[in-house]
Design a protein around this ligand. Structure first.
Ligand code: ASP
Ligand code: MG
Length: 424
């Protein structure tokens, strides 16, 4: 017997038929004798609709500013999950399963006060554990908890992944199964490279890089949480027949296991190729080379909530002037340029140049730590295809390369094959 938390995303609960299908997945595990708790998202599209209503209300009411109260935003957008938790409980009861829905405040999933982007601080799992022992299935509304002000707080978009991992940690589950509309994590985006392979296992750290680099299978925070609490997390599809052979396999269910690197015996050097579109490059030319320049540049940018990613500074040729290049999302370029020009005197640069529409491709793998020449292989392969590199950053387990947008797909395919990731 295992203790399993099963999470179903928006497309998996998109309509009543799909919710019935989800109930069959849950029934399979219950019938096998496992202790089960379930976490659900809102029906796909629902949260967007609710957010849109929140944003439109002040306009309709003739308010002078588009401002709305974040606590009311949370009260409204959390309702999508409330509906699916109740519907799934009814579907389970119809299949003869003892099930009950739970809202975040009933458990309680305690969060901080950051309404709209709250963080979970504490979950008391004892009641869910007791009920699981009695054969009851808790169907928990994801994405929500209760803040110190005793009001509903939501966890940020995509937050029900984080709810699921947090509950798995709180009830000490053997596994957290994230059911979604893809059947696992791939070596790269299969829409770009049809030869991409589904990974059997991927380390938490690698998944963190892939998720934050635009491989949007899981909310990044859920992976961080899984890493901290060592929650073994499976990404798998809810669209397969719940009773197909192998679906109930306890040790190796179909999908990708995200786990501690110690569990990965045959570590490849490179695990995957990720990419992030719509990057922009900003370069400050003839910048004073003295203590405090970086702080003078990146302080005001961060105060303006501009997310700076790659940063490259040249070693000064003459000891007095240098160049600094960094990337921001294309959508933030105009704001960033404004902030820089407002601070030009304080920073002390001559001209600023910018370019939008760039792409960052990244090679990821914990095996890189112990292998030389991984970066050189990428540079050679890109050069052979005539792809120009604009900037490079590296970490222990990642090499990121900035290139012109139109070369994105070619670069992804080239890197995927040069590390032998193509399926046979
Ligand atoms: N329903 C929420 C959203 O769309 C949470 C989630 O799906 O994870 O962001
Ligand atoms: Mg999601």
């Amino acid at each position: 017997m295992a203790r399993i938390v099963m999470k179903f995303g928006g497309t998996s609960v998109a309509n009543l038929e799909r919710i019935h299908n989800v109930a069959r997945h849950v029934k399979r595990e219950v019938d096998a004798g496992h202790e089960v708790a379930v976490v659900v998202s809102a029906m796909s599209g629902k949260t967007n609709e609710l957010v849109d209503w929140v944003q439109t209300m002040p306009k309709v009411a003739g308010a002078a500013s588009p401002f709305y109260d974040a606590r009311e935003y949370d009260a409204i957008v959390a309702s999508g999950e409330q509906v699916t938790s109740g519907l799934l409980a009814i579907a389970l009861q119809s299949l003869g399963i003892n099930a009950r829905s739970w809202q975040g405040w009933q458990i309680a999933i305690k969060t901080d006060n950051a309404h709209g982007a709250a963080r979970i601080q504490d979950i008391d799992g004892s009641d869910i554990i007791r009920r699981m022992g009695e054969g009851q299935v808790a169907v928990v509304a994801g994405f929500q908890g209760i803040g110190p002000d005793n009001r509903i707080a939501t966890l940020g978009r995509g937050g029900s992944d984080t709810s699921a991992v947090a509950i798995a940690a709180a009830v000490k589950a053997d596994r957290c199964d994230i059911y979604t509309d893809v059947d696992g994590v791939y070596t790269t985006d299969p829409r770009i490279e049809p030869k991409a392979r589904r990974l059997k296992k991927v380390a938490f750290e690698e998944m963190l890089e892939m998720a934050s680099l635009g491989a949007k299978v899981l909310q990044v925070r859920s992976v961080e949480l899984a890493m901290v609490h060592k929650v073994r997390t499976f990404v798998r599809s809810s669209f397969e027949d719940p009773d197909a052979p192998g679906m109930g396999d306890v040790l190796n269910p179909p999908g990708t296991l995200i786990c501690d690197e110690e569990e990965i015996v045959e570590q490849e050097v490179v695990t995957g190729i990720a990419y992030a579109k719509d990057e922009a490059q900003i370069s400050l030319r003839r910048l004073a080379d003295r203590p405090g320049v970086s702080a003078a540049i990146f302080g005001p940018l961060s105060e303006s909530h501009i997310n700076v990613d790659m940063i490259v500074q040249n070693i000064s040729e003459d000891g007095s002037k240098t160049d600094m290049t960094f990337t921001v999302p294309s959508g933030d370029v105009d704001k960033a340029l404004q902030v820089l020009s407002d601070n030009q005197e304080k920073i002390g640069f001559d001209v600023v140049q910018s370019e939008k529409g760039l792409v960052k491709v990244s090679v990821i793998g914990i095996g890189m730590r112990s292998h030389a020449g991984v970066a050189a292989t990428a540079f050679r392969a890109l050069a052979d295809k005539g792809i120009n590199i604009k900037a490079i950053t590296t970490s222990e387990i990642k090499i990121s390369i900035l290139i012109d947008g139109p070369y994105a797909e070619l670069a992804v395919r080239t890197l995927h094959s040069c590390y032998g990731l193509d399926k046979a």
